[in-house]
Design a protein around this ligand. Structure first.
Ligand code: PHE
Length: 361
């Protein structure tokens, strides 16, 4: 046995001890190395074979080795021995700060979905069916059958996201309107949920009473007031003798259920290609009750939706006889309404998924 063998064995034992992770391994280590017949005991026996000159130093080294390994062993043992209260302190630091666990807000609806679902259930209670349609649309349903003129600015790339663009548009001005049907027709992300109205009318004869909630896309600069995707909920009612008075009645009822029983509405003349007459609809400011405040910019009114009587061209484009049936339609922007309702100043807050924001709803 040489001094370097002693060093090698010391390193090996300490490494083994370090690697121990359970009480039974500790017991096995003790039997293998620390008993009379174990590794260290056998080394003491071996001292006899060491030369006279080296013996004092080897003995000293061996004693130091035994002391060190026994010390480390005891440290380890104190971690695993039941009831060794003092040792347990090393394993579990009771003074360590706990990770915050949110028990008050275990998960809930996103404020936009909360707003949309509430709108949907108000209309469901009034007898409206819920209809959905594709988000990738063709020109025919998003524009053509909704009475948009071929050169309407909404068809422009600056306003609409095209999935498959108009091949003729590259040829510059004078190329004429894009083909709206067939292979060459452009595909786009719907800019409103009105195409779902068209699809419904193509499929179902009056009476029709439905709402169409969903996501829509517009090629707009992102700002505090607008993003490139937002939610809309449209409504459509078609039947014999459906009038503007019916529209007003339904919207007033909605406003009272959504904003509170004191809510009033007012209609201002407006324009949409697919409705005639058309109106912008305002609701009395739910903050000041119409007296004028910061939220309504002292006007007492908040703009909430667009509406009107379905244009006869739209009815006939979808196979419904405008001489027999009339209808009304309306469209509400969900994000803006949610902003108003919850006093959110920046629309982007809805999409940043900051838990500190979301937990407030
Ligand atoms: N589609 C219109 C928009 O995108 C909203 C609307 C729907 C207006 C139905 C009138 C009737 O703004």
């Amino acid at each position: 046995m040489t001094l370097s063998e002693i060093t090698t064995i010391r390193e090996k034992l300490l490494a083994d001890l370090d690697g121990i992770g359970a009480a039974d391994q500790l017991e096995a280590f003790k039997l293998a190395h620390l008993t009379r017949k174990g590794t260290i005991g056998a080394m003491f026996d071996d001292l006899r074979s060491v030369s006279k000159e080296e013996k004092p130093l080897a003995g000293k080294e061996l004693n130091a080795l035994r002391q060190l390994v026994e010390e480390r062993f005891k440290e380890k043992e104190s971690l695993y021995t039941a009831g060794a209260g003092v040792g347990i302190r090393h394993a579990i630091d009771l003074t360590m700060l706990a990770r915050a666990v949110s028990v008050s807000a275990p998960g809930h609806e996103h404020p936009l979905m909360k707003t949309l679902n509430e709108m949907v259930s108000i209309f469901e209670r009034m007898g409206f069916a819920v209809e959905y349609g594709p988000e990738v649309e063709d020109d025919e349903h998003n524009f053509e059958k909704l009475n948009f003129a071929p050169d309407h600015p909404a068809r422009d790339m600056q306003d609409t996201f095209f999935v498959r663009s108009n091949p003729l548009a590259q040829q510059g001005e004078g190329a004429g309107p894009a083909p709206t049907l067939g292979e060459a027709a452009p595909l786009l992300l719907r800019t409103h949920t009105s195409p779902v109205q068209v699809r419904l009318m193509e499929r179902q004869k009056p009476p029709i009473r439905a709402i169409m909630p969903g996501r829509v896309y517009r090629n707009e600069a992102i700002s505090a007031r607008s993003g490139v995707a937002f939610f809309m909920m449209e409504g459509l009612v078609v039947g014999p003798g459906v009038s503007m008075a019916d529209l007003k009645g339904v919207l007033l009822s909605f406003a009272k259920q959504f904003f509170g029983s004191d809510a009033k509405i007012r209609l201002r003349p407006s324009f949409f290609p697919f409705t005639e007459p058309s109106a912008e609809v305002d609701v009395s400011c739910y903050i000041c009750g119409g007296k004028g405040c910061r939220v309504c910019k002292n006007s007492g009114w908040l703009e909430i939706l667009g509406a009107g009587m379905v244009h006869p061209n739209v009815l006939s484009a979808s196979g419904i006889d405008p001489e027999v049936y009339t209808g009304y339609a309306f469209g509400i922007g969900v994000d803006r309404t949610a902003m108003m309702r919850y006093g959110v100043n920046d629309i982007r807050d809805f999409f940043e998924n900051d838990a500190r924001f979301l937990e407030q709803f």
